[in-house]
Design a protein around this ligand. Structure first.
Ligand SMILES: CC(=O)SCCNC(=O)CCNC(=O)[C@H](O)C(C)(C)COP(=O)(O)OP(=O)(O)OC[C@H]1O[C@@H](n2cnc3c(N)ncnc32)[C@H](O)[C@@H]1OP(=O)(O)O
Length: 220
């Protein structure tokens, strides 16, 4: 990626993770909103496609100490791993960057937490809240007054109607619809294409139309 000219005080951001979700996040970055992307860490050497690979996560303390990076963005699709790595890089002393695609629409009355990603074409409605480290994936929408908890993931093309709540660490697969006012519990998993019309308990897998609880979610 060509290095833009930025003010000397601009955030210097290392992207933690170099898999598919990382590629989507970097594609949704703009230099104006994020700062200078200095490269990525991860386990798959040289496979990011866009960012310079800086090594495994073991290089993170050095990057911070030498001033190569000031901020981190954890670009990992797994909710639990993203949460653990966020805790680790925060402990190291990194500030957390968040990503909002220039093609996303975020209401001026909405809040987007540190470390969150709002990807291409997503819509975050009036007075909605996106928690820390949450993912609002490509083409999804969360309408007015929705709450998406910390480290939750709203999958591509999923839609939350007004006032719906997706609790911390929950995952909605691609193309899920949630009717107004429903609460999805912490760590719940909602299968692709489901239509959720009633509350889903924490730690439960629910699938289908209407969504039915099929089992307990396994720890990731
Ligand atoms: C950018 C990105 O790519 S973001 C990532 C987006 N990822 C996704 O959308 C993945 C969403 N994942 C799913 O939908 C998965 O099927 C899960 C998590 C719901 C369940 O996965 P598993 O635990 O492996 O379930 P498994 O495949 O064993 O299926 C269990 C049962 O549920 C059914 N089932 C599974 N998923 C669904 C679904 N989405 N809708 C309806 N029924 C389903 C299966 O047919 C099966 O039924 P049966 O017992 O009658 O045969």
């Amino acid at each position: 990626m060509a290095k833009p000219t930025l003010p000397s005080g601009a955030p210097r951001v290392v992207v933690v993770g170099n898999g598919g979700h990382s590629r989507s996040c970097v594609d949704a970055c703009s230099d104006e909103t994020l700062g200078l992307l200095v490269g990525c860490t991860g386990s798959r050497d040289g496979e990011h496609g866009e960012l310079r690979y800086l090594g495994t996560d073991a290089v993170l303390p050095r990057l911070l100490a030498e001033g190569t990076a000031t901020h981190a963005f954890v670009a990992i699709g797994s909710n639990s791993l993203r949460q653990r790595l966020t805790a680790s890089v925060t402990e190291l002393g990194y500030q957390m960057a968040s990503i909002v695609s220039p093609t996303a629409q975020v209401s001026r009355t909405a809040t987007v937490g540190a470390g969150a990603a709002v990807l291409h074409g997503a819509v975050v409605g009036a007075f909605a809240t996106v928690g820390e480290g949450a993912i609002i994936n490509t083409g999804s929408s969360i309408d007015h007054d929705c709450i998406v908890g910390d480290f939750a993931h709203i999958g591509p093309g999923s839609h939350l109607a007004g006032g719906a709540i997706v609790s911390s660490g929950a995952f909605l697969g691609v193309g899920v619809s949630v009717i107004p006012g429903v609460t999805i519990g912490a760590g719940a998993v909602i299968g692709a294409g489901a239509v959720v019309i009633r509350d889903v308990p924490a730690g439960t897998v629910a699938v289908g139309i209407p969504a039915r609880n099929i089992r307990k979610a396994q720890p990731e």
